[in-house]
Design a protein around this ligand. Structure first.
Ligand SMILES: Cc1cc2nc3c(=O)[nH]c(=O)nc-3n(C[C@H](O)[C@H](O)[C@H](O)COP(=O)(O)OP(=O)(O)OC[C@H]3O[C@@H](n4cnc5c(N)ncnc54)[C@H](O)[C@@H]3O)c2cc1C
Length: 279
């Protein structure tokens, strides 16, 4: 199918993009276009204007700042995948990156686009939640920071306002006690996950603290399994599986029962990763 007709504007600055969003209530920002253009082509959305933010500048760096890894919203997935800073200081994101679509998609798709789109089966929103990260947004009233715990509100819905541009994401930089786990089940490598799990924790001797399990593909948003987190902090993997407090619905890929079973399988795999000292 072809998209409905739309106008195109190339924003030269974030302020211009925000002003255009204010003038055109049904406009959409265009970043990598890897999700947006598909929804246009399928006529799932028909904005009157696309505001291309690729030229705004200053939103595509990766840096270590005050104990946090900051990744600019327009950073391509491929740049994050190749980044030494991400590999060393945000290893969970590095682990997740190769699972996002295929190389061509990762060459265009952006970190900010993936978080703002908030696909419930996407890897990065779950990583942001598992790491207790945050996003920075710029809107008509200036800058604000939104914690990952407060960001994902519903199906493809975030706490970003209609005139907000997501400018960066930040996650705590890994130290020697930080532990991570990642696993997903997809029909083919590169497909969206049927079920996935991104996890973070801290090692205290042989015990784990601050366990954060963020499942994806099991609900309308990435979801933390808090009862399982508590059981895992006590070192009891089977109790964590038994306590799994996610209730996936049936979808075109699998029944809710199959997804819940897979969630338990992934939890056992990820628990092993969390319990192993990092190389
Ligand atoms: C075949 C295929 C397979 C894929 N597989 C996966 C997969 O396995 N896992 C996965 O996670 N993703 C997958 N994707 C999606 C890919 O990761 C996209 O790149 C990502 O979801 C959106 O990023 P984008 O930069 O392309 O955003 P766009 O498509 O440009 O925009 C997506 C939405 O986010 C909004 N937006 C974009 N940037 C901002 C911003 N800075 N501030 C506010 N709003 C913004 C747009 O207005 C739009 O509504 C796949 C895509 C394709 C085509």
């Amino acid at each position: 199918m072809k998209p409905a007709p739309f106008a195109y504007a190339k924003a030269r600055s974030l302020d211009e993009a925000i002003a255009l969003l204010g003038e055109h209530k049904d406009a959409r920002l265009l970043a990598g276009g890897q999700s947006l253009i598909a929804t246009l082509n399928m006529r799932l959305s028909s904005p009157s204007l696309l505001i291309d933010i690729n030229g705004v500048g200053g939103c595509d760096g990766i840096a270590l700042k005050a104990g946090m890894v900051e990744i600019g919203a327009l950073t391509r997935h491929a740049a994050a995948e190749r980044s030494e800073t991400v590999a060393r200081h945000a290893p969970l994101i590095a682990k997740a990156m190769p699972h996002i679509g295929h190389v061509a998609i990762r060459n265009r798709g952006t970190i900010g686009g993936s978080i703002a789109f908030a696909d419930p089966a996407a890897e990065l929103p779950a990583c942001l939640l598992a790491l207790g990260g945050e996003v920075e947004a710029l809107g008509p009233k200036g800058k604000r920071t939104i914690k990952a715990d407060d960001l994902f509100k519903g199906l493809f819905e975030t706490a970003l306002g209609p005139q907000d541009v997501l400018t960066a994401i930040r996650v705590p930089a890994a130290d020697k006690n930080a532990r991570y786990g990642f696993a997903e089940f997809a029909r083919r490598h590169g497909d969206y996950a049927i079920v996935g799990l991104a996890a973070g924790a801290r090692a205290e001797g042989k015990a784990l603290t601050d366990v954060r399990l963020a499942f994806f593909g099991v609900g309308a948003t990435p979801l933390r399994a808090k009862k399982s987190e508590a059981a895992l902090a006590k070192g009891d993997v089977e109790a964590a599986v038994a306590a799994l407090d996610v209730e996936p619905q049936d979808d075109v890929q699998a029944t809710g029962a199959v997804k819940k079973h897979l969630a338990g399988v992934l939890l056992r795999r990820v628990a092993r990763q969390l319990m192993e000292p990092r190389a």
